[in-house]
Design a protein around this ligand. Structure first.
Ligand code: GSH
Length: 209
């Protein structure tokens, strides 16, 4: 059984979608980051960087932070959603790292400057609006002729999708990125994606794209 520490954000949803896709038994612990629950000593013992998501695997006592590391661990432990051949694995890791280093952090900045604090920093708004568009163009190109980011459905899709679900906050219209839009809706049709999105609680309708 997995103890899963999370909040209603894309980084948390990446892991809950994978937990649902794997059909694993897990217990959700809600860490309300708006109320600083991520800086309690109990949570810091599990997640030393004081951020969600984190897990404890009760099979072996392993605690892990960082969504990408958690996804690789669970995919490898259960032998799903991460190819085992060296090239296939490298491609999924490439797009997982792209999400961890770009499509997450840059879009997170877009949320701050375009959604939560618009009108305060013109330079930052312009920078992250342009960077968001560039990242969506990259993803659109990667998805050309493919159903999933690396061909087969993998943890790369599950890592990228929750960030794309916040496209409205990023001032992105998915109609401008037809391959992304089709892929976004393809994942939205998966019951495990919807179930994972609604962890730790239902926040209302999921953007349809
Ligand atoms: N690189 C980390 C980022 C995690 C992250 O930024 N978590 C945010 C919520 S999405 C958080 O816990 N923020 C609380 C804080 O910064 O105090 C991961 O992918 O797990």
């Amino acid at each position: 059984m997995i103890d899963f520490y999370t909040w209603t954000t894309p980084n948390g949803r990446k892991v809950s979608i994978l937990l649902e896709e794997l059909g694993l038994e897990y217990k959700t612990h809600t860490i309300n980051i708006g109320q600083d629950e991520q800086i309690t000593p109990e949570f810091l013992a599990i997640s030393p960087n004081n951020k969600i998501p984190a897990i404890v695997d009760n099979d072996n006592g392993l605690s892990l932070m960082e969504s990408g590391a958690i996804m690789v661990y669970l995919a490898e432990k259960h032998g799903k959603f991460l190819p085992t051949d060296i090239e296939g694995r490298a491609k999924v890791m490439e797009w997982l790292m792209w999400q961890m280093g770009g499509f997450g952090p840059m879009l997170g900045q877009a949320h701050h400057f375009l959604h939560f604090n618009s009108g305060k920093a013109e330079y930052a708004e312009e920078r992250f609006r342009n960077e968001s568009k560039r990242l969506y163009r990259v993803l659109d190109k990667q998805l050309e002729g493919k159903d999933y980011v690396c061909g087969e459905y993998s943890i790369a899709d599950m890592a990228i999708w929750p960030w794309a679900s916040r496209h409205e906050w990023q001032e992105i219209n998915l109609k401008d990125y037809p391959n992304v839009r089709a892929w976004y809706q393809r994942l939205l049709a998966r019951p495990a994606v919807v179930a994972g999105y609604n962890v730790p609680k239902n926040m209302g309708e999921i953007p349809a794209g």
